[in-house]
Design a protein around this ligand. Structure first.
Ligand code: SAM
Length: 293
């Protein structure tokens, strides 16, 4: 290969796939971006330049990867499909600061990956056109790791992107929205038509930016936050009082006192409470549990 192929041209991507004996795999959510403008809009939103450390998840045929490599960022791309990794290694040869490794992004210890690849004090940005099949578990894994990124720009299935930034009372507000609101400030930047992918997906996409938020809970308190948030949203139509009594039968009589102390109406439902209200409730519940044990 002499010249870098245009990896957003369907004709050139198909020719590369033929050369490397590759096929798009539905089970890996492989819908490749074949529109240079959209790729440029996404990488521009990341605001990363020469010397910035960037992790890309699922580089695929390299629509975002090549643009980032050209801009001189220190790039680590994680791709689960070995065939694509081989193809990308060749495409990325002109840019030694852009590396691609075979890695399942759902099996990563993010803190360790960042530390071992960029150093202990690195401040890393995250970018991805996320495979839809993993977007839920992937987002939970980022939050579980404490969202160890300076910022992120992610293309996601429209519904998931909107759920991540949903407000209390919205019909799509749920556990993922609360955790997202606790760990990050999110904003939907723009929507993307299904027509700019090969193969064309059935669902629409949105590009989302996420910035980490200052967290007020300790690691142990955050564990309690996950337990409470995931627990109460299993029965989102039940009142907070009934939900907490179900989750913590041992402090049944104290539930209304707890809710009162957190300024939460016991008859309110989980879907009406903000991330900050949940965090405040967790602080009070944590102290209560520790005092009574
Ligand atoms: N970034 C490319 C683009 O914009 O055209 C490809 C996006 S495609 C929607 C998602 C990519 O993620 C595919 O290349 C797929 O093989 C890869 N992928 C799927 N599951 C993955 C996982 N668990 N870890 C890492 N990559 C994954």
């Amino acid at each position: 290969m002499t010249e870098t192929p245009d990896v957003t041209s369907p004709r050139e991507v198909m020719a590369l796939f033929k050369e490397y004996g590759l096929q798009p795999h539905k089970r890996l959510g492989q819908n490749f971006l074949i529109d240079g403008n959209t790729a440029r809009k996404i990488t521009a939103a990341l605001e990363a330049g020469a010397g910035d450390a960037v992790v890309e998840v699922g580089p695929g045929a390299g629509a975002l990867t090549v643009l980032l490599a050209r801009s001189g960022v220190d790039l680590l791309a994680l791709e689960v499909d070995r065939g694509l990794v081989m193809m990308l290694e060749k495409i990325l040869e002109p840019w030694p600061k852009a590396r691609v490794i075979t890695q399942d992004a759902l099996k990563v210890c993010w803190a360790e990956l960042v530390r071992s690849n960029f150093g202990p004090t690195a401040s890393v940005k995250l970018v991805s056109n996320l495979p839809y099949v993993i977007s839920g578990p992937f987002m939970y894994s980022l939050f579980e790791a404490g969202f160890p990124f300076r910022s992120a720009v992610l293309m996601l299935q429209k519904e998931v992107a909107h759920r991540l930034v949903a407000e209390p009372g919205d019909s799509n507000y749920g556990a993922l929205s609360v955790l997202s609101g606790y760990y990050t400030n999110g904003k939907v930047l723009f929507n993307v038509s299904n027509n700019v992918f090969w193969p064309r997906p059935k669902v629409g996409s949105s590009v989302l930016s996420l910035q980490p938020r200052k967290r007020i809970l300790t690691a142990d308190q955050e564990k309690l936050m996950w337990l409470i948030v995931q627990g109460v949203f299993q029965q989102r139509r039940k009142t907070m009082q009934n939900n907490l009594a179900r989750l913590f039968p041992f402090f049944k009589t104290g539930v209304s006192t707890l809710l009162e102390a957190a300024s939460i109406n016991p008859l309110d439902r989980p879907e009406h409470l903000s991330a900050s209200q949940f965090a405040k409730l967790v602080l009070i519940a944590y102290n209560y549990i520790n005092k009574s044990s």
